[in-house]
Design a binder for this molecule. Sequence first.
Ligand code: BG6
Length: 514
Amino acid sequence: MNTAQPTALPKAAQFVLFGAMGDLAWRLVGPALFNLYLDGQLPAELRLVGVDREISTPALLERLREGVQRFSRRGSPTAEQWSGFSARVATLPMDLQDNAAYSELAEMLRTSRATPVTRIYYLAIPPSLFEAVASGLAHADLHLDEAHTRIVVEKPLGRDLDSFRAIDNTLRQHFAERQIYRMDHFLGKETVQNILAMRFANPIFEPVWNRRYIDHVTITVAETIGVAHRAGYYEHAGALRDMVQNHLMQLMCLIAMEPPVAYDADDIRNKKLDVLLACRPIRPDDVSAVAVRGQYAGGWIQSVEAQGYRDESGVAPDSNSETYAAVKLLVDNWRWQDVPFYLRTGKRLGAAVSEISIRFRDVPHNAFPVNTGFNAQPVRLVIQIQPQEGIILKFMAKEPGSPLRLSPVDMRFAYGEAFSKPSPAAYETLLHDLLQGDATLFMRSDQVQAAWKLLMPIIQTWEGNPAPDFPNYPAGSWGPEAAERLVARDGRAWLTPSQWHPKTRAGLPGANEQ
Ligand code: BG6
C-alpha cells in the first residue's frame, strides 16, 4: 500500500522461508513471491532460502512451480519467467530444533556487502516450533540489526489469551516488537484496504458515520468450503478462533476506528486498538445472549452434496468444534454507543461471500403516502470484500411516471470496472509491505491480545459446555436458527449479502431483508 512513510524496497534482501516444503509456502507464499518477481516488485538482489527438514533446491523448485501453477492468479509461468525466478532460490535442510544448525544458516547468509541486507525470517511452520526457531536464530546472532531484520508469523497465534502471550513472549524475548510481523491476510485484501480510503479520503461519509445515522453494522464472512484437509488444526480452533478473533474483528476495527492523524503504521494501529479496548466486555452470564455457535450437518450447496462436519476425515464423531460463529459486539464510545456490530462467519454456507453492511437509520418522519412502497428497504452501504469487489449504496428512488411509487435502487462501484489493473493477491501486498518495512497492515501484539481478551468468556463458556444441538445447520444454509434469534431479539435481521441469489435464498434463515 502507498503510505506517507518513507518506505522503499531495499536493494538487497534475504528471504528465509522456514517450512518451505509445507502447505502455506506452497499455496500462498511461493505464488505471491513469484508474482512480485514478475511485477518487478522484489528487491533487485533477493535471495530466497528455503529451509525444511528434508529439502533440496530441485525439490523445492518443483514444489514451488506446482504451487504457482495451481494457485497463482496468473497461472503457469513461462520457461523464461521461471528460470529467472529459480536463479534466486537456494535451500538448506535443517533440523529446526538443533541450535547448531543455525550457525550453518548464518554462514549461508553471510555476505560481503558493505550496506545492510534486509533479512526476513518467514515462519511457515506450526507455532509449536516458533520458540525453537526464534531462539535458534538468536543463538547464531541472526536476530540482530533491528532495522533490517524481521520475523513473520501467521495465525494460529495461540488458542486463547494465555497461549498467545506465551508465543508472543517467546518471540519478544529475542526480537523487538518492530521486528515482529504478525500476518492477518484479510488486511492485505484490496477491498479491505479500501475501507480506510473510502472513509477518510472522502468528506461525505464521516459526518454520518456514527450512532446518530447508523442503526447497526453486520459483517459477514461466509464460505462454502468445509474444513478440507485442515481438520487437525480446525478441530482445535473452530470458527471463533479461526476467523472472528482475527479477520472479522479487524474488519470491525476498520469500520469503527477514529480517523488517523497520518497514514502511519502506529497511528492506524493505535486507532484500531482503541476500538477493541472500547468494546463492552462480555460477561460469562451473557455469552448465550451475544454469541451463537453452529456446526454443519450434511446438505446441498449449489446442487452439490456436502457431508456433515463430523463425517469429514480427521474430525471426531462427537466433535464440539464450531464451524459457524456469530457474535454481537458493542463499542462503548461517543461514536458508537448502542450501535450493535453483528459479526458472523461459517463454513459450508450457501454462498461464498464476504461483505460489510452499514444499515442507516430510518427517516425520522415518512412524508410519503403508505402505498408508495416507502420503507421497503432501508438505506445501506454495502462494502463487498469478495468475490465481488466494490461498494453499493442501496437507497430509495422514485419510479418513473405516476402514480407515485418508490423503489429500492443500487448505486454501484465495482473495482473491475473502475480500474483496469487487476487486484494483487493479499499475500503479494503484505509481502511487499514486509520487504519495505511497512507494518501498517500487520497486527501489533496489543491488538491481538485485546481481541483474545474480549473473546475469552465465549471461548471458556463454549469449551466448558459442549453444544447439545450440534450439528445444527445443514450445509448450504445460512447457519443455525439461533443466529436469527441473536439479532431478532434486538428487532433486527441479518442483512442478506447482496450476491445471495434470490432462488438459493428462498426459505433459508436470513432470507428476509430488513
Ligand atoms: C484463513 C482461515 O485464515 O482464512 C480459513 O484459517 C479460511 O479457515 C480463510 O478459509 C479464508 O480466507 P480467504 O482469503 O480465502 O477468504
